[in-house]
Design a binder for this molecule. Structure first.
Ligand code: CA
Length: 225
C-alpha cells in the first residue's frame, strides 16, 4: 500500500510519514498542490491524506477538486485545523471521501485510512451520455458513436462540465469557476479558446457542431435525445 501525504508543515508531514510507515505503508510527501499534482500523475497511490491549508494559493480543497476533474478516484482523507460544519461540507463537496479535524489522534487517522483502503476506488460516478456522445469520468474517456475523441485534461474537464448540464446556457464566469478553479481576471478569453479546441476535437471525431455560442452570455451544449 502506497500513500501520498500532502502537507506543507514539515514537522506535521514528518510525523505523518513516520506514523503511517509504522503501520506498514509506503509514504510519499508533497509540500504543495503543484508537487501533489506531479506525484499523483506519476505514481499509483492507494490513498491520499491532504491538508486543507496549503501554500501557493491552491488549497487542499481546490487540489482535490482538480484530482476528481482529472478522473482520479483514489480515496482522499482531508485534514484541517478548522472543524465547523461548513468546512466539513466543503471538504466532502470537493470530492474527498472523509474528513478529520486537527488535532486528531493518530490511531483514528490510521483507522479511517484502513476503512478507505478497504473501500478502494469502487465508488465511481456513472458514465455521462448526450446522444451518441459518451464521457466516462472514471476511465477518462470520451467517445462519439463508439470512436474515441482525444482530449487534453483541460478539454476533458470542460466537456465534463458541459455534459452535466446539457441544454443549459453556461456563463463564461461559471465555466471558469468550475473548470479552472483559479482566479483568472475577467478579461481572460481562456474559455473561448478552450471551447474552440473542444469543437475542433469533436469535429475531428465526426461529431456535429454541438457547442453553441450564446452571444454575450456563454455557451450551450445541445441536448441530444
Ligand atoms: Ca498546512
Amino acid at each position: 500500500m502506497k500513500l501520498l501525504v500532502v502537507e506543507d508543515d514539515v514537522r506535521m508531514a514528518e510525523l505523518l510519514r513516520r506514523g503511517l510507515a509504522r503501520e506498514g505503508w509506503a509514504v510519499d510527501v508533497a509540500g504543495d498542490a503543484v508537487d501533489a499534482r506531479h506525484a499523483v500523475l506519476s505514481n499509483p497511490y492507494d490513498a491520499v491524506v491532504c491538508d486543507v491549508g496549503l501554500p501557493g494559493g491552491e488549497s487542499g480543497l481546490a487540489w482535490c477538486r482538480w484530482l476528481r476533474q482529472e478522473g482520479h478516484w483514489v480515496p482522499v482523507l482531508m485534514l484541517t485545523a478548522r472543524t465547523d460544519l461548513q468546512d466539513r461540507i466543503d471538504g466532502l463537496d470537493c470530492g474527498a471521501d472523509d474528513y478529520l479535524g486537527k488535532p486528531f489522534a493518530f490511531g483514528e487517522l490510521a483507522a479511517r485510512l484502513r476503512a478507505l483502503l478497504r473501500r478502494g476506488e469502487t465508488e465511481r460516478p456513472p458514465v455521462l451520455r448526450n446522444g451518441d456522445l459518451v464521457l466516462d469520468p472514471a476511465e477518462h474517456g470520451v467517445t462519439w458513436q463508439h470512436s474515441a475523441v482525444e482530449l487534453s485534461p483541460r478539454e476533458f474537464a470542460l466537456l465534463d462540465y458541459f455534459m452535466r448540464r446539457p441544454g443549459d446556457v453556461l456563463r463564461r464566469s461559471e465555466i471558469l469557476d468550475h473548470v479552472w478553479d483559479f482566479a483568472y481576471d475577467g478579461t481572460s478569453n481562456v474559455v473561448d479558446v478552450y471551447v474552440g479546441y473542444l469543437r475542433t476535437r469533436l469535429a475531428d471525431a465526426g461529431a456535429p457542431a454541438l457547442i453553441e455560442t450564446v452571444r454575450g452570455v456563454g455557451y450551450r451544449l445541445t441536448a441530444l435525445a
